[in-house]
Design a protein around this ligand. Structure first.
Ligand code: SF4
Length: 167
């Protein structure tokens, strides 16, 4: 069965508690491109002010529903649904401290670990320390957050499809 905008939106709302009006086609597209965005949204689901920062006005504008529906292509809807399904299947789970420390140590030694952009308000709000290397240069995720999620993978496949965190 192919995914529809409404079916994916309904699942995101019921799984995360994000108010429906925030789950626009633009947001679903972003989730498809960056599954970690889903965890940021879920963490802020009941904090409207944070949601407004994570989902700026241009992403929330949905004056023309049909137009929005065209933005999220079937491929992107499928990917967003897949990210949500993987995370839900894991029970929205986090890894234990030992696995978290192991992943962080691998990141610390990785050439892709970068400093967050100085001007980025979002990284600051997510707790990324300014000036410290805390962002993965390949995916743009804060590795301190990314490494906690059981469903996340290191994106560096230069040494194997499963990335550097693979055991
Ligand atoms: S997630 Fe992977 S590629 Fe990114 S900084 Fe960590 S080890 Fe490097």
């Amino acid at each position: 069965m192919s995914e529809t905008f409404e079916s994916v939106r309904d699942r995101i709302v019921s799984s995360t508690g994000i108010p429906r009006e925030f789950v626009t086609s633009n947001v679903i597209t972003r989730i498809a491109e960056d599954p970690l965005f889903l965890s940021h949204l879920e963490a802020c689901a009941r904090d409207t002010e944070m949601l407004r920062i994570l989902i700026p006005e241009r992403m929330r504008t949905e004056e023309n529903y049909d137009q929005q529906s065209r933005v999220a292509t079937p491929e992107l809807l499928g990917r967003a649904a897949g990210a949500l399904a993987r995370w839900a299947a894991s029970g929205f789970s986090r890894v234990d401290d030992a696995e978290y420390d192991r992943r962080r140590e691998i990141c610390r030694k990785c050439d892709h670990l970068s400093r967050p952009p100085r001007e980025s308000l979002l990284y600051g709000l997510l707790g990324s320390a300014a000036g410290e290397k805390s962002v993965c240069g390949l995916c743009g995720c804060d590795v301190g957050k990314k490494a906690r999620l059981a469903t996340e993978r290191c994106p560096d496949t230069s040494e194997g499809q499963d990335g550097k965190w693979h055991k």
